[in-house]
Design a protein around this ligand. Structure first.
Ligand SMILES: *Cc1c(COP(=O)(O)O)cnc(C)c1O
Length: 331
């Protein structure tokens, strides 16, 4: 199984847009503060467009888009989306025009929205705070562009598709070597979960490539049952992409998602998250973003304090630095 999945994964076209492998580094000061051994997987250092987890997804999505002859990318999210900025800059590097659909109203270009403008993206707002308005907007704009003779490639919010998830199946290959090298097997990996593509890739990788490895997601937006359903679906989609048989997909017993750390809501900083981000900045000099990483770290520190986080723990630093500079406009 491991060999077959690995061979199938390595055969899927991927553009090398990021700087991988990213470091897995010890966090001795943070470990002391938390009372559990913590290592940091530095996916804030994936390079492209200030780095972050979305770089791994975009490498697969744009490989397919460019191979299919697309001449523009249509995607979207919220105006401070890390995904949108990374996708826009990556698409530019591949010679594609970029159209971004955001929920809400036009706002001052700070943080990621500034990067979208720098990328020369055609930015549109739905005028509706409902996040699903973005999905309808992407569909409508894609149809409009196609009718006008363009060859658009549409990607959903977060790049969360079976194909995009392969980025983190691939990351488990990277981790496998790093964990063996540091004698950290078995370990538990903690991460923030939003659109679920990252956790889906890690769960699939843990099932198919890295036995004994546990993955714990902390939701920052969706209810737990919705996350589990999305992750399960994305793992199945990823299996189809790799040509794996249905019975090799596995059961969902290993899809673990914690909630209770979203604070006042998606995109809004939480006091617990801000406190956790301060601990990490002051102990390790590493920056966590307020929307994802800070809240996941708050959950990990809470579990460690309660004796519910067995070490060694690997914490995925997933990027999002631009939102640190978007101030109170994080949404
Ligand atoms: C998108 C994102 C996440 C969550 O990843 P999903 O694949 O959407 O679940 C975590 N951290 C950062 C910084 C992100 O931009």
């Amino acid at each position: 199984m491991t060999r077959a999945a690995e061979r199938a994964l390595l055969a899927v076209p991927r553009l090398r847009l990021g700087t991988m492998p990213t470091p897995l580094q010890p966090a001795p000061n943070l470990s002391r503060a938390a009372g559990v051994e913590i290592w940091l997987k530095r996916d804030d250092l994936t390079g492209l467009a200030l780095g972050g987890n979305k770089v791994r997804a975009v490498e697969y999505l744009l490989a397919e888009a460019t191979a299919s002859g697309a001449d523009c990318l249509v995607t979207g999210a919220g105006p401070q989306s890390n995904w949108a900025a990374i996708a826009a800059l990556a698409a530019r590097r591949c010679g594609l025009d970029v159209f971004l659909v955001f929920y809400g109203q036009p706002m001052r270009p700070t943080g990621n929205l500034l990067l979208d403008h720098l990328a020369g993206a055609d930015v549109r707002f739905t005028g509706d705070l409902d996040r699903a308005s973005v999905d309808r907007g992407i569909d409508a704009l894609t149809a409009e562009l196609a009718a006008a003779g363009r060859r658009p490639c549409a990607a959903p919010r977060g790049g969360a598709t079976g194909l995009g998830s392969l980025g983190y199946v691939n990351a488990t290959l990277e981790l496998r070597g790093q964990l063996e090298g540091a004698d950290l097997n078995p370990a538990t990996l903690w991460l923030a979960t939003g659109s679920c593509g990252t956790q889906a890739g890690l769960v699939a990788g843990a099932r198919w490539l890295l036995p004994g490895y546990a993955v714990v997601g902390v939701t920052v937006s969706r209810p737990v049952d919705e996350c589990v359903k999305r992750i399960s679906g994305l793992v199945t989609e990823a299996a189809v992409r790799l040509g794996l048989s249905a019975d090799s997909v596995g059961t969902d017993a290993d899809i673990i998602v914690h909630d209770g750390f979203a604070g006042p809501g998606y995109g809004k900083p939480s006091p617990g998250g801000e406190a956790a981000a301060r601990v990490v900045a002051r102990s390790e000099g590493v920056l966590l973003d307020p929307v994802f990483g800070a809240k996941a770290m708050a959950a990990l520190l809470d579990a460690a304090r309660a004796g519910r986080a067995a070490g060694p723990v690997v914490f995925l630093v997933s990027g999002g630095a631009p939102t640190l500079f978007a101030g109170a406009t994080a949404l």
